[in-house]
Design a protein around this ligand. Structure first.
Ligand code: NAD
Length: 488
């Protein structure tokens, strides 16, 4: 279904995020007929390019970032025709009339939906919102999209939220966590709540523990200066991993509706066991990669990549609990890192052993049931169970798996998270976006870890590039008699 006509303004329109993710996503939505006539995309940046220069830049980006078989010359032309560029330093008050003139001219009217996508550093969010307001560009049908990082701690997140909140209502603020736009993540909700067989088992009575792994094989590359001030806890755990945890642990919302889903996620964040200094020391591990072999090639150490010795963590493993009726006593183990052996995001729910061993004399290994939810790549699910190996002899048990591969089951291309999320913004649907209180609850929970890790005596443990992180991350889970599941 096509969305309504919209002026989609991207601040940072010539940046990496815009060219690599946002414009390819808009192109693919246009290709599927979702962008109506009159849908305009206005790139705003400091780059000295006119409309034609911007179109050339975007044409190159589409060639680079959209797979060849999805490129259709006629649609590319159609998208390029929608594009405009306004050269503007957002801090320069006198220059803002250019954006004002651009939005007010042509076919657009004040009634058209206006999206202001802030693909710029968060330090500019407040300034941009203020100037949008002063220029009279914020209408009832305007929305603002904020990219991560949403602050660097609770205080800065509150500042960002307050400055944006002075201009936009909460219902018009879209805080992107692109993990929430992934098909497999949305399917997690469907699997849990549109079926009956899992939910009765989805609790401390039957679940032994939950693991969430988000690993990357790349290092920090070009992002070194940003990353060194952030680290894996801020960059990945506070947002993506905690959002995944919320979707695994939340109670069934009454409807899949923006507020009820977010209300339930918030309750999970508020139920996370608060970290104390002792728990930080016991239940968290920070790591940093040293030189090693990754994807078969030599990889430099983090310190070499950023050009100096650093105490920033590139790996985090932690253990936590959701302290409520459903999950009491069930550990949730989270880990994420760079320069790990592969790029994979996976949630594993490990069930308890059967209450009674009926096959004591059977041969063969038995393993607890496990549900692997593959978030990326190759989205899908795999349920591990135990079966009898066929044969006339005694009973021999063998682990087998039931597989659901999205690509095989549904065919076709799985849309990128941004495609879904950008259309939700235009439609005004905030369900898959983080609400202010969620972001602040997540910062509140990580605050004691940040505090403890900021002590001068704290040093991340080293791990060679291409490995699963420091040995301490293995100890963290093995001391509970469990082990990290191999991602599949
Ligand atoms: P980038 O450096 O590639 O691009 C920055 C863009 O902002 C450019 O178009 C630049 O002209 C514009 N800009 C900067 N200062 C400006 C000003 N004062 N006035 C007007 N325009 C200005 O950065 P990026 O990688 O595209 O990232 C943008 C933001 O999005 C960052 O905060 C980043 O942390 C966040 N982010 C990026 C990614 C990604 O994949 N690149 C992913 C998630 C979040």
């Amino acid at each position: 279904t096509p969305v309504d006509a919209c002026d989609f303004t991207v601040f940072g329109g010539t940046g990496d995020l815009a060219l690599r993710k946002l414009l390819p996503a808009l192109y693919l939505r246009d290709r599927d007929g979702q962008l109506p006539e009159g849908f305009r995309v206005i790139g705003v940046s400091r780059a000295d390019v006119d409309d034609d220069g911007y179109r050339a830049l975007v044409a190159d980006a589409l060639r680079e970032h959209v797979v060849a078989e999805d490129l259709d010359a006629a649609v590319v032309e159609r998208l390029l025709d929608r594009l405009h560029h306004v050269t503007l330093d957002v801090a320069d008050v006198a220059a803002w009339h250019q954006l004002h003139d651009r939005l007010k001219d042509g076919a657009a009217s004040d009634d058209v939906i206006r999206v202001f996508y802030l693909a710029v550093a968060p330090g500019l969010f407040g300034t941009i919102c203020e100037h949008l307001d002063e220029a009279g560009l914020v209408t009832e049908r305007s929305r603002v999209v904020l990219e991560k990082p949403m602050g660097t701690d609770l205080a800065t997140a509150q500042q960002v939220n307050a400055s944006v909140g002075r201009v936009f209502e909460e219902s018009s603020i879209f805080r992107i966590d692109h993990y929430l736009g992934k098909e497999s993540v949305q399917n997690l909700l469907v699997t849990r709540f549109a079926n009956t067989f899992l939910e009765p088992l989805w609790n401390s009575r039957w679940v032994d523990h939950v693991q969430i792994t988000v690993s990357e094989s790349i290092g920090v590359g070009e992002r070194g200066s940003y990353y060194d001030r952030s680290g894996a806890l801020r960059d990945m755990v506070q947002n993506h991993l905690l959002q995944l945890l919320c979707l695994v642990a939340m109670e069934p919302p009454t409807y899949v509706d923006r507020e009820t889903v977010r209300d339930e996620k918030l309750k999970v964040l508020q139920a996370l066991r608060p970290m104390t200094p002792e728990l930080v020391d016991r239940d968290t591990v920070a790591g940093q990669y040293t030189a090693g072999l990754c994807d078969g090639s030599p990889a430099s150490s983090y310190a070499d990549e950023v050009g100096h010795a650093s105490s920033t963590e590139t790996f985090v493993a932690l253990r936590t609990e959701v302290q409520n009726w459903r999950w009491a006593g069930v550990p949730f183990y989270l880990r994420t890192g760079k320069r790990m052996p592969e790029r994979v995001s996976e949630i594993v729910v490990v069930f308890k052993e059967p209450p009674h061993a009926m096959f004591p004399h059977s041969e063969g290994p038995t393993e607890p049931n496990r549900l692997h939810i593959r978030v990326q790549p190759d989205e899908g699910m795999r349920l591990h169970m135990t079966a009898k190996e066929p044969g006339p002899g005694g009973i021999r048990l063998r682990p087998v798996s039931l597989d659901l591969s999205y690509a095989t089951a549904f065919g076709g291309r799985s849309p990128d998270a941004y495609e879904r999320l950008l259309m939700d913004v235009v439609r005004g649907n905030t369900t898959l976006f983080m609400r202010r209180d969620e972001v602040e609850a997540a910062w509140t929970w990580v605050a004691p870890i940040l505090e403890r890790w900021s002590q001068p005596s704290h040093r991340p443990r080293k791990y060679p590039a291409g490995t699963h992180g420091p040995v301490a991350a293995v100890t963290l889970i093995e001391r509970d008699g469990r082990s990290w599941q191999e991602t599949e």
